[in-house]
Design a protein around this ligand. Structure first.
Ligand code: F6R
Length: 606
């Protein structure tokens, strides 16, 4: 993930900026840079590769400004070159950015037509020219930024400084985290408290949609509607921990809220945003010649794999076999040469998944693993790693790792489709666009959690909860049931909606909440029939859907209204409410959310 830092200091800030960036190295990066305001002028140094390259540049040509911003970049739009490294700037403004500006192509066209010259392939540069344009029209820096922010679509965090302004920095958060650090006569901005730990432990986290105007002595925060707001200031313990909870009660809540950012980041690794196409690393196999895909994993990672199966079959028209790793490894599956075996694992250490991998390797399959820990055993034993860039996941119940796994699997499905000629370039572009819009949709969903707090009262009374889904929503229903079981200890099962009447319907009465995952797609009406069967037996239905409530055709206990999104991205989007239902129910019941009983984060035994 890209890292952002900003300092309004009382002495030259370049060394401190690099120190802070060093503390963000754990997020991963491929270039870095800083910019400062010196004698009213903006200047910057940037370098490809590690921070020591930037330090060498700074040593050759120091920057002496007392106000500055810094950035470690994980390439999304444009290759990891010095030209694309942040900060981006004009003679009036300099910007560092984390996330995706979805409408950058439209903005770029408009701005180029007005004579603005772009020098990089990044989406960030559109922000620079947008603000510069306002300044050229006579707006003051705060007004120009406010106007520019209102035109940006996407999920992002920004830190901005201005020529001629030695006591001003502006930050904005929409989908990617940003924290203000309060010093004595100094002020800071950072992607997280860890970056700011050497300078201050007094931190204010911005909320979704917030933006802030900082000087050395003041910090003023505005919400999305540009109303002045107060956000709590907390004492951070980041100096002693590599990762902290921010101002969340639990790691699980923090990790749920990190999803817009980690999904952007993961997608950035597999999508060429400027061209609107997927770009997979070499898999050691010609994708056009793959004759069969085998996916194997455990638990939540297995459900990600099931979604992957639906996608690969639909978009690449390839047969996919999927199994739970503990079953697969003993099944003596016949495997023909020419197959691709995909293993999904957050930890990369799960014993059953590893053994399934070794079985496939012995049987001549090409091994690709989707892992969050690149140094893990599963990663080491694979032909290719497809990393998820979720960052450390501390909560035992997997959340952001799951949606990052789905992000990689979606890109893999599209890459297979393109290679096999089952996806036209136009369809690929449409699907890639849908993926890039996803972080914004998820951010919208995370704005209001009241509905989940209210539902928690009802669900906590239940002994059993059923989750129903059809098609690609079926694995999301199973994942929902697993999440609820794990952290609230309420018995829950996920079923294919059509399977209900073949047995589980016997369980339905007025004490059984039935959570239905049903985007308004071509299968929606079928699922409505199943809901009516539940309603007729007194079941309490909680519908998660983008359809109008009337289309349910029966009484609902609640309707969690979802934004309209592309069918491809619905599994990722609908994963969020099922995580929030489980989380708030567990919080209401007072269980140990981050470390539920009997569970371990990494299961290295059979
Ligand atoms: C559930 C959960 C587990 C893991 C499973 C596989 O929330 O986290 O079901 O998904 O133990 O673990 P990894 O992905 O590390 O192989």
């Amino acid at each position: 993930m890209c890292g952002i830092v900003g300092i309004l200091g009382s002495k030259p800030v370049a060394i401190d900026l690099v120190d802070a960036l060093r503390r963000l190295e754990y997020r991963g990066y491929d270039s870095a840079g800083i910019a400062t305001v010196e004698k009213g002028k903006l200047d910057r140094r940037r370098a490809e590769g590690k921070l020591r390259n930037l330090e060498t540049r700074l040593h050759e040509e120091p920057l002496k400004g007392h106000v500055g911003i810094g950035h470690t970049r994980w390439a999304t739009h444009g290759r990891p070159t010095e030209l694309n490294a942040h900060p981006h700037m004009s003679d009036r403004v300099s910007v560092v950015h984390n996330g995706i500006i979805e409408n950058f192509r439209d903005l770029k066209q408009d701005l180029q037509a007005k004579g603005h010259k772009f020098t990089s392939d990044t989406d960030t540069e559109a922000v620079v020219h947008l603000i510069t344009d306002g300044l050229q029209r006579g707006l003051k820096p705060i007004e120009a930024t406010k106007e520019a922010l209102s035109r940006l679509h996407g999920a992002f965090a920004l830190a901005i400084i201005f020529a001629g302004e030695d006591d001003l920095m502006i930050g904005a958060r929409q989908g990617s985290p940003l924290a203000i650090g309060h010093g004595k006569g100094e002020m800071y901005l950072g992607s997280d408290a860890i970056a700011l730990a050497p300078f201050t432990d007094t931190i204010t986290y911005l909320d979704e949609g917030d933006w802030c105007v900082l000087s050395r002595d003041t910090s003023v925060i505005f919400d999305k509607g540009n109303r002045r707001v107060d956000r709590p200031t907390i004492k951070s313990v980041a100096s002693s921990l590599l990762v902290d909870k921010g101002n969340y009660r639990h790691f699980m809540a923090k990790e749920i809220h990190e999803q817009p950012e980690v999904i952007s980041h993961t997608l950035g690794n597999y999508i060429d945003m400027a061209a609107g196409i997927v770009k997979m690393p070499a898999l050691g196999i010609d994708l056009s010649e793959v004759n069969r895909v085998t996916i194997s994993a455990c638990g939540t990672a297995y459900y990600a794999g099931v979604v992957g199966k639906y996608w690969i079959e639909k978009y690449a028209r390839l047969p996919v076999e999927i199994d739970i790793a503990s079953e697969f490894r003993y099944r003596e599956v016949p495997l023909q040469p020419g197959g691709l075996s995909v293993f999904v694992s957050q930890s990369g250490e799960t014993a059953d998944t590893l053994e399934a991998l070794r079985y496939c390797k012995r049987n001549g399959q090409t091994i690709a693993s989707i892992v969050n820990v690149r140094t893990s055993t599963i990663a080491r034993e694979s032909n290719t790693i497809l990393p998820t860039l979720a960052g450390p996941e501390i909560g035992v119940a997997s959340t952001k790792a799951f949606t990052s796994q789905l992000s990689v699997l979606a890109c893999l499905a599209l890459a297979l489709g393109r290679a096999r000629g089952t996806l036209s370039p136009e369809t690929e572009q449409e699907l890639v666009k849908a993926l890039t819009e996803l972080p914004r949709h998820i951010s919208t969903l995370l704005h209001n959690e009241t509905v989940y707090e209210e539902l928690a009262h009802e669900i906590s009374k239940a002994r059993d909860v059923l989750y129903l889904g059809r098609g690609v929503s079926f694995p999301i229903a199973m994942e929902g049931a697993l999440k609820l079981k794990e952290i609230s200890y309420i018995h829950a099962e996920g079923y294919a909606a059509g399977e209900l009447k073949h047995g589980p319907i016997a369980l339905i009465d007025e004490n059984v909440p039935v959570i239905v995952v049903a985007p308004e797609d071509e299968l929606f009406d079928k699922t409505v029939s199943n809901m009516q069967e539940v309603a007729a037996r007194g079941g309490q239905i909680i519908l998660i859907s983008d359809a109008p409530t009337e289309r349910a055709g029966c009484r609902l206990l609640a309707h969690i209204k979802m934004p309209k999104a592309h069918a491809l991205t619905n599994p990722l989007l609908y994963a969020v409410p099922i995580q929030l239902i489980a989380y708030h129910t567990a919080v209401f019941m007072g269980t140990d959310v981050d470390q539920p009983r009997n569970l371990a984060k990494s299961v290295t035994v059979e």
